[in-house]
Structures are given as C-alpha cells and as structure tokens.
Design a protein around this ligand. Structure first.
Ligand SMILES: Nc1nc2c(c(=O)[nH]1)N[C@H]1C(S)=C(S)[C@@H](COP(=O)(O)O)O[C@H]1N2
Ligand SMILES: [Mo]
Length: 240
C-alpha cells in the first residue's frame, strides 16, 4: 500500500513517475489543441477557449466576426427528408458496416454539447447548444479496419466532404438532431447533420446520408474546388 501510494505521487524517480509524466504531457497537448480550436467537450471539460472560460467575451478565430443569427448556406437545394424516410449508412473499411434508421439512431447514446460554428465566409456563431450522437460512437460500432485513415461523408443533396479519421474522434464531433432545444431545422441540415467545431463549417455535412471509411483521402465537394483540405479556423486556413 505504502509503495503504491508513493508511486502515485511521483518524485521524479522510478517507472511509475515516468508513466505519470506521459499522462501529464498528453493532457497538456490536449489543452493546447483545445486552445487553438476552442470548444468544450461533452463531459464539460474546458479545452481552452470554449464557452465555459470565455466569460461572455467572444474569442473569434482570425478574420471572423460574430453573428447572432444563423445564416443558411447550401448548393441551392434543401432536401426534405422526413424522419421516417431518413437513414444513415456506415460502410467502407470497417468490420461491421450498418444502416441506421431514425429509431436506431435515437436509441444510441445521446450527448449534449456547446460549441462554436465558424463559416469560411467570415461569420461565427458562438455557444450553440447541440444534441446528438458522437461520431466516435458510430466508428466504434463499425469497428474500423487498420487500413482506415480517412472519412468521406455524403449527403442527401449530393454534397460531400472529407476528414482524417482521427479528427472525427474528438468529443465535440457530433451528428446532431437538436439545436437550442428544437429539432434541427431543415435548412440547417435536419433531420441530422454533422458538426466539426474545430474546422470551418463546410466540413460538417448537412442532411447526412453516408459515412464511408477509406484507406486514403477522397476530396469532397468544396475540397475539390479550392477550399483548404485541412480547414483550421485558428490558422486562417481557408483556401488551398
Ligand atoms: N449537405 C450539405 N452540407 C453542407 C453544405 C451543403 O451545401 N450541403 N454547405 C456547407 C457549408 S459551405 C457551410 S458554411 C455549412 C453551412 O451550414 P448552415 O447552412 O447550417 O449555416 O454547411 C456545410 N454543409
Ligand atoms: Mo461555407
């Protein structure tokens, strides 16, 4: 007991203290990542610039201005998909591909989160309250094959976008059906869209239809048309 206790209080010597140092370094790295990206994880842990420690002051990425409304951006089509017609296909380099209908999706573990929404056209909407399912939950269900490196996401309007698989595993990457306590409005991607708070908003597919896991990157609609593939708001990383 005594030796265990002292191992958990590292004095800079012995193997246990090395392990603790590694944990601490990991937490620092995570905090720095959060500081660049902003946002608060669903378990309430503050990750730098998120709502919880903004004290009411907006902290905008470079070149962004805050809006209080929520502009609508799309390709001129706003598909109408009633909940009982909606399904989500998860496939590609996975052990267990599946298709979810509405009731299946709603039976998955549900989370709430607060995060910001940064559009490349320079507006940001802060402190959005979301309800939905973590992307990570779906990835865990699908059991990724070791070759999987990227995700390509397809929508009911023909839109697509792509991300490295690791960047979809953050706690704040959600498939949302609820916004500010109401059903996600159709013009914003209802019944279900993805949100990627640490990326510009074009990485978040509205009217999401399919998640395809791939062993290489496959560019999406805007990524093929000159938008940055990495899309990092805190690095002003807009166009490639
Ligand atoms: N299916 C689909 N998803 C989409 C788009 C789209 O045209 N179709 N536009 C993207 C872009 S460019 C932005 S900025 C955001 C806008 O989301 P909003 O209309 O809810 O503000 O959705 C992204 N997701
Ligand atoms: Mo956009």
């Amino acid at each position: 007991m005594d030796s265990k206790q002292s191992d958990e209080t590292p004095d800079g010597s012995g193997p246990e203290s090395q392990f603790n140092q590694a944990l601490i370094r990991g937490k620092i790295r995570r905090a720095e990542k959060g500081l660049m990206a902003g946002g608060r994880s669903a378990d309430g842990e503050v990750q730098g610039t998120g709502p919880a420690n903004r004290h009411g002051m907006p902290q905008l990425p470079p070149g962004q201005h805050e809006v209080k409304n929520w502009p609508v951006l799309d390709l001129g089509v706003k598909p109408e998909i009633p909940r009982d017609m909606w399904s989500l296909t998860v496939k590609g380099y996975v052990e267990k591909p599946f298709v979810l209908e509405w009731k299946d999706f709603m039976a998955l573990p549900q989370v709430e989160d607060v995060s910001d929404f940064h559009c490349v056209t320079s507006w940001s909407r802060m402190d959005n309250h979301w309800g939905g399912v973590r992307f990570r939950t779906l990835a865990e269900m699908a059991v990724l094959k070791p070759e999987t490196t990227h995700v390509h996401i397809k929508s009911y309007d023909g839109y697509s976008t792509n991300l490295p698989v690791g960047e979809c595993m953050d706690d704040d990457v959600l498939l949302v059906h609820t916004w500010e306590g109401i059903d996600l409005p159709r013009e914003h991607g209802g019944p279900v869209r993805m949100i990627t708070p640490r990326k510009y908003a074009w990485k978040g597919a509205k009217w999401i239809k399919e998640i395809l896991f791939l062993p290489q990157d496959l560019l999406g609609f805007w990524e093929l048309r000159g938008y940055s593939n990495t899309a990092e708001p805190w690095f002003n990383d807009r166009y490639s």
